[in-house]
Write a protein that binds this ligand. Sequence first.
Ligand code: NAD
Length: 355
Amino acid sequence: MKIVLLPGDGIGPEVIAEARKVLVRTGEKFGHHFEFESCPIGGNAIDDFGDPLPPQTITACKSADAILLGAVGGPKWDDPNAKTRPEAGLLKIRKELELFANLRPISTYEFLLDSSPLRRDIVAGTDILFVRELTGGIYFGESGLRQEGDQEVAWSTMTYSTSEIERVVRIAAEAARGRRKKLTMVDKANVLEASRLWRRVTARVMKEEFPDIEYDVVLVDAMAMHLISRPTAFDVVVTENLFGDILTDEGSMLPGSMGMLPSASIGSDGPGLFEPIHGSAPDIAGKGIANPLATILAAAMMLRYSLKLETEAAAIEAAVDKVLEAGHRTGDLARGGEKSIGTTEMGDLVVAALG
Ligand code: NAD
């Protein structure tokens, strides 16, 4: 199986190196051969090739079975007048590979519960999988700006087609089948025509293709409240691009640290792209203290969703749990007086926990 690694900038290469070690050990343990190819993306690719996504990276990604990304960006490439920016590489690779569904699991760890901004009794037991539509809606609809007398008038339109909704709902419902068999669709059908289409299409797909999955709908304004008042009530949540962007960021606060959260972007066929949700953390880059667990958990998601290796994915997740239960913490996770370990040490401990 060919895996393209896109280490990127800042702590990206450091955390990718640890995830690679964990994948190599997983391959040895379960009898798979993973072939790795590292390609440039982001700021370093601008420096070396004048392009945040050079053509050779696109070619390698298109022929891969899956792609694991670190993070891109940093102050060096922040000039607003620059010809291109590192983030352009990310947007382009998602578009090139038609990655229309973004999956973000949000679950809590017992040892982090007191770091959550919410009370322990509210947040304990949260285990949500967000599925956000990623390539349609208001971010990609028609938009413009015109002058009307002394006023500027701007508009952005939310556009969705039946097939754009069907394909992401199917991914969410399939995921629910492997979990607690409950799907919540979030919309604003009391106001938006696009949401009313989402509601009709989702109801039909669920009735015809997923009668075994419990299905309900929640308005996005109510969901913003439910997410912090009763997060344990949800299993899989599917929603359109803009609502998903906002709700997943709200959700990422629940566990108490984003150093633990992975994310996946997948399409109908072809390779998926897996990454931690954090950025390139330029403030700690090169210090050997970054937490590699979000990237290691992204590697587990990669095995589950792109390579269909569920047992192997679960083994990595169990190894991470074991290391945390034994009390090992990187600096971002250590609380009052707890000893902290470095990036490489954390990676080595996960490899050892795999057995
Ligand atoms: P960030 O996520 O990089 O960092 C926020 C804070 O969290 C920092 O204090 C950082 O040290 C800490 N942190 C993040 N990841 C950590 C880890 N694994 N271990 C320990 N601590 C960690 O967000 P930012 O500072 O807003 O952005 C920095 C750069 O990253 C910017 O250029 C931004 O555009 C880019 N960025 C990239 C992505 C991506 O590649 N997908 C996502 C977000 C931000």
